[in-house]
Design a protein around this ligand. Structure first.
Ligand SMILES: Cc1ncc(COP(=O)(O)O)c(C=O)c1O
Length: 386
């Protein structure tokens, strides 16, 4: 049985970013108000220009069925990664693929390092898997514990890894990742490596490794990288044996025509939009972090992604307080209380455009300066979950 995430505060934080739970938490006060949503973590530049026109043109294809197995898009993705289409499966977002994959894996045992994307735990729970939760190496930065992960790679299990990890934005070093994948391959342990945010970093993808790792399954989210969460689009890369079995359990038209058209369009610019996004994220993340670090009780933690954690180092300000005070100003951030092993001292911020980021900084400055000063003591860290 999975114990609930550690929660010390008064509010029940949303399980995900986005504004779905605003009414539950804030009542009707925010209805109709323009919200600045830093709780989601998608490409801050949004979709590539021209996508809306492409979608408008694609509307006329709606009376027909979409291409079976998203054949053209699959071919484009395969070409992008220098692989055969037999290595690729496309779905309605990477989470959709994750949920169709889990019931097909042979052993109902998972190793999940935390904190991480909470849907790993949820999907395993739904299918009645036994889960081994691996605590982080520390609770200052919540870095994943490579040694503990390695020692828990045993046969008949599936390991979940997120590179860079959500909510920290931190990456495992290539050597660590390689040793994990090598050991997993020797043990016949499946590894689900979620590279949803990798296109925003300078790190190389592990996709080329699928040719030599039979048990490696890599998830990619076009939703995140191209800023199209409403359309839903993702893909997975794995050995052809895994992909063909996986496809045989999916309906033929599992991705709609508009999402297919959007995916094909996004891949056509040779990576220009992603490169631009990466530069923007790098500069804006640094600017936002510097601004936050100038506030006495807030401290941003290192990240390589389009989001980062902020640690609240105060006796008089909790994640609840900050979440609620920002929310009242129409600003949403991700309260980290719903991540396993995290409590009431962290929020996650997804980078947005310059103007919005500036508005967040001003609001944080306001809140921090109006909070009674406490002795900035090293806080008692949250308990780990057994
Ligand atoms: C690590 C990670 N993977 C995948 C997703 C969801 O991706 P998609 O929209 O492609 O399902 C999220 C959403 O927050 C995430 O944090």
């Amino acid at each position: 049985m999975i114990s609930p995430p550690v929660k010390e505060g008064g509010i029940k934080p949303p399980r995900h970013g986005g504004s779905d739970e605003v009414v539950r938490i804030f009542g009707n006060s925010l209805i109709g108000k323009k919200l600045l949503d830093f709780s989601i973590s998608i490409n801050p530049l949004g979709p590539p220009s021209g996508l809306m026109e492409t979608l408008t043109r694609a509307l006329k294809t709606i009376p027909s069925y979409p291409e079976i197995d998203a054949k053209t898009l699959t071919g484009e993705i395969a070409a992008l990664h220098n692989l055969s289409p037999r290595h690729i499966i496309v779905g309605n977002g990477s989470t959709d693929l994750l949920f169709s994959l889990i019931p097909l894996l042979p052993h109902k045992r998972a190793v999940i390092p935390y904190p991480s994307f909470i849907e790993y735990e949820r999907v395993c729970e739904i299918y009645g898997w036994h889960i081994l939760h691996v605590p982080p190496a520390d609770t200052d930065r919540f870095a994943l514990d490579t040694r503990a992960i390695l020692s828990n790679i045993v046969s008949h299990t599936t390991l979940f890894l997120c590179q860079p990890n959500n909510p920290t934005g931190q990456c495992l070093e290539s050597e660590a990742l390689e040793s994990i994948l090598d050991k997993a391959e020797k043990q016949g342990t499946f590894v689900i490596l979620d590279e949803a945010f990798l296109p925003f970093t300078e790190r190389p993808s592990a996709i080329p490794w699928v040719s030599r790792h039979e048990s490696l399954i890599i998830l990619r989210s076009m939703t995140k990288s191209y800023g199209i969460p409403g359309l839903r689009l993702g893909y997975a890369v794995a050995a052809p044996g895994i992909i063909s079995r996986w496809k045989s359990y999916l309906p033929p038209w599992n991705v709609n025509a508009l999402a297919q058209a959007a995916g094909i369009y996004c891949l056509q610019d040779g990576g220009v939009h992603l490169k631009k996004s990466k530069v923007f994220i790098y500069e804006e993340r640094q600017r936002l972090m510097d601004g936050i670090n100038r506030l006495s009780t807030l401290h941003s933690l290192p990240s390589e992604a389009n989001f980062f954690l902020v640690s609240i180092e105060s006796e008089t300000l909790s994640a609840d307080d900050l979440y609620l005070s920002l929310g009242k100003r129409g600003i949403l951030v991700r309260h980290c209380g719903s991540f396993r092993g995290m409590g009431n001292h962290h929020i996650r911020i997804g980078i947005k455009n310059r103007e919005d980021n500036q508005a967040l900084l001003s609001a944080l400055r306001d809140i921090v300066s109006s909070t009674p000063i406490s002795q900035a003591e090293p806080r008692q860290d949250v308990a780990t979950i057994s």
